[in-house]
Design a protein around this ligand. Structure first.
Ligand SMILES: [Zn+2]
Length: 213
């Protein structure tokens, strides 16, 4: 019993957690599949300009935008972390989740063409709908790993940080709650999640919640 209690936390942690090289390989796979590039947000002049503009418009502080948010423009994904190194609120699993979320935005871009970027930037209600769809990937991955879905309301509230109004957040929360019902029945709706789960099932099946097919 003593040996069991002593060894379990160490063995469990090393065995269960995703490893840096697996996160890196996963990003590599998603990038190859969707032909995207990853850019460090702080090094990108265009992101410095966006950060300044958002700050000036009172939408979001420069620091918060650069530190807390991953941003996708077309096929370029700007990350506030180095893929595979956990840092500042970005643990390894959250790097996997955000990878799928951002690639769902790439799917939207491919599906809708320029109207996606235009409406995303110009129309708060549309932005809430695009994000509700991308955050569905967060729910799908959470279910795959833990067998539960997190609060749709809490996820939707993040949209306040995207300049969305309370009524937009309400719509997003309802749409995410509906998605969660299907996800708990085993549905995988987002294309980027389908692609991602193919890789995760093959390479890190140990992470999948028991009972999730
Ligand atoms: Zn997003």
């Amino acid at each position: 019993m003593k040996g069991f209690l002593q060894s379990l936390p160490v063995v469990g942690k090393v065995f269960v957690d995703i490893q840096p090289e697996e996160v890196w390989a996963f990003w590599r796979f998603m990038q190859d599949h969707y032909r995207t590039t990853v850019v460090n947000k702080r090094d990108a002049l265009e992101m410095q300009l966006v950060a300044q503009a958002l700050d000036a418009l009172g939408i979001q502080s420069r620091e918060r935008f650069l530190r807390n948010f991953t941003t996708t423009l077309g096929r370029r994904i700007y990350t506030p972390f180095e893929v595979g190194s956990p840092r500042g609120g970005w643990d390894l699993w959250s790097q996997v989740v955000i990878c799928v979320h951002e690639h769902q935005h790439v799917v939207q871009h491919d599906r809708e063409g320029l109207s996606f970027e235009v409406s995303y930037l110009a129309d708060r209600a549309a932005r809430a709908r695009w994000e509700a769809e991308a955050y569905r990937s967060n729910l799908e991955l959470h279910f795959w790993r833990y067998g539960t879905t997190p609060s749709a309301r809490r996820i939707a509230e993040v949209l306040g940080d995207y300049g969305c109004r309370p009524e937009d957040v309400d719509v997003a929360a309802k749409s995410l709650a509906l998605s969660a019902v299907s996800i708990r029945k085993g549905a995988v709706i987002n294309e980027a999640t389908h692609v991602a789960l193919g890789w995760l099932d093959e390479h890190v099946p140990r992470l999948r919640a028991k009972g999730v097919a």
